[in-house]
Write a protein that binds this ligand. Structure first.
Ligand code: NAP
Length: 293
């Protein structure tokens, strides 16, 4: 393997260690940072994400509250839970686990979250603030990717970053953040309408795959020495495993690691950083609430 492995688990742990003193300082003031989670339905991936987030809160001495609704829950019922979280002073962060069941408008539910408690950074108010560079909660996965790049010592200023994917929660905010003056990358965004994907990816100093397509990025699509960040988490069938499937990213890891300069694994790359930035935002929200009190 020629590429340096960007160990998201280890880097996330370092960021979490840095949060410890802030949580303890709040505790001395009688404040426990609190995250409230709404989970609708029984989607196994959502259940495991929520469990991981709640465990991470507990490990750091934070509080998490969970409300579970059946998949048959209607929009009004979901909105009522969000309003209850908004009004609860012990809740500093509100997280609605996506996706929501068909027929429920995710946009409507997200809009209901108080921007002051929107630790996922999904509300239009926070997205707008992010775009114009005002203080806000940054969305956790893009924020985690940037932190990972920063703590790994990857140079962004003047680099050409190529983002494959333009979703509202990953690709678009990532492109916006990479183009900020403080990061100073030159950004290309690719999507299903991109004519020759490889032509773009091969020019990337920093290549970020967030397409949700298993092993889309092959070795011949990567510039030698590039930093490759794999956001994708995809389940593929694998009869050799007891559970019948395994997780793969959007990057053909085994082949690309021979070409790239640095690379994130799946799992153990971006995922742990995402959860860490959720904790980061929740601690920040608790500090802001304390300052307002
Ligand atoms: P999404 O909403 O499905 O968006 C995927 C984007 O990729 C779309 O913009 C799509 O283009 C583009 N795309 C798909 N296939 C492509 C192809 N063959 N060539 C070029 N572009 C392509 O997905 P998402 O929510 O952003 O998530 C992306 C991946 O990241 C998923 O695997 C998800 O599980 C994972 N994820 C991981 C974390 C983490 O913490 N590790 C967090 C969030 C998401 P169009 O716009 O043209 O359709």
């Amino acid at each position: 393997m020629s590429a340096k492995l960007l160990d998201g688990k280890k880097l996330a742990e370092e960021v979490r260690v840095g949060l410890g003193p802030r949580v303890r300082a709040l505790a001395e003031l009688g404040v426990v940072p609190g995250l409230a989670v709404l989970l609708v339905g029984e989607d196994p991936a959502s259940v495991s994400y929520v469990t991981a987030k709640e465990k991470a809160c507990a490990d750091l001495g934070m509080r998490s509250t969970e409300v579970r609704l059946p998949a048959t829950a209607g929009e009004d019922e979901i909105l009522a839970v969000v309003r209850r979280f908004n009004a609860d002073p012990s809740v500093h962060g509100v997280l609605v686990q996506l996706p929501l069941p068909e027929g429920v408008s995710e946009a409507r539910v997200i809009e209901e979250i108080s921007p002051e408690k929107d630790v996922d950074g999904f509300t239009p108010v926070n997205v707008g603030r992010m775009v114009i560079g005002e203080p806000c909660f940054l969305p956790c996965t893009p924020h985690g990717v940037l932190k990972l790049i920063e703590v790994s010592g990857i140079r962004t200023a003047g680099a050409h970053a190529v983002v494959v994917g333009r979703s509202n929660i990953v690709g678009k905010p990532l492109a916006t953040l990479l183009a900020r003056k403080s990061v100073n990358a030159t950004v290309t965004v690719c999507h299903t309408g991109t004519r020759d994907l490889a032509e773009h990816t091969r020019r990337a100093d920093i290549l970020i795959a967030c397409a949700g397509t298993p092993e889309l990025i092959k070795a011949d699509m990567v510039k030698p020495g590039a930093c490759v960040i794999d956001v994708g988490v995809n389940r593929v069938d694998d009869p050799s495993r007891a559970k019948g499937w395994r997780l793969v990213g959007d990057v053909d890891f085994d082949a690309v690691k021979e070409v790239a300069g640095s690379i994130t694994p799946v799992p153990g790359g971006v995922g742990p950083m995402t959860i860490t930035m959720l904790l980061y935002n929740t601690v920040e929200s608790a500090e802001r609430a304390r300052a307002r009190a």
